[in-house]
Design a protein around this ligand. Sequence first.
Ligand SMILES: [Zn+2]
Length: 309
Amino acid sequence: MSRRATYNNVLYEQNDRDRRKQAFIRKRKRKRALVVLSFFGVVAILLLIIILLLVNFIKKKYAEHVEAITYKEYVGEYPDVWLVDNSLKTGSGAGDAFFEITNTGEKTELDLKALKYKDIVPGSKGLVIVDAGHGGYDGGAEGNGVLEKDINLEISYKLKDELILRGYTVKLTRPDDNFVGLTQRASIANALEDPVCLISLHQNSLDASEGAASGMESWTYRREGCEELGNTILEAACKKTGAKNRGTHFRTNLVVTSRTTMPAIIFECGYVTDATEAAKLADPAYQERIAEGIVDGIDNFKLDYYGGE
Ligand SMILES: [Zn+2]
């Protein structure tokens, strides 16, 4: 081998070592980059999962919170019962654990009442006659855009629902917007067997010349049970609604109270001629409270007048 050839050979080996070394360094760099990249990738994915879980959790908690607050306003009377995801739950409210009571499907106040009165045997308390005053061509009193016959009918339906829920059976003397004569109403009532009482629903009015008035009144006839019924219902209904108690008054010319045989009253829920009261009387939530108050009164009357169950 010549000197020249040996030199070339050495040079070649040197270059080859360098190439391999560089290749090794490049490979190591790529490997490191890959490790770093996959580390950050995993961290990013984990972070994303955590963020998604957190967002989901907050969204769910917020939805429950809003639902609970809304429902608390809706039925402040039932502070321990909440509606979450369309089912009734108990617990102390937003943020706390909710325990499911029952699936109801519908978000209605009736669900909560059904729960409250679940131990009452349907129809066990006797029959109540509900008489919605006026009807058909007879509109009754009018004021502030409110027509008496409509309010009477609306309250009579709510009163019927409330009575049934609380264990009564109900007879409506005027089930729709048709005229029913006064004598006919008395006949319908007198033909029924052992009714607890009759409540004739009316709205009051006052001529502008007579001044201003608002509040509830009972009108009745001097016979057994009627005054007690008038007073008991007034007390309970005024307590429930905050309306003024204007007392029980006697009238001899009212067919529905004078010609019937069971305790009976005409219940004047309020004055349509008073702008503030007229607005309340037309409000379904207020009508509901009137109905609840009347049934509270009927419960009390039944206990006092007939005694026991
Ligand atoms: Zn009337």
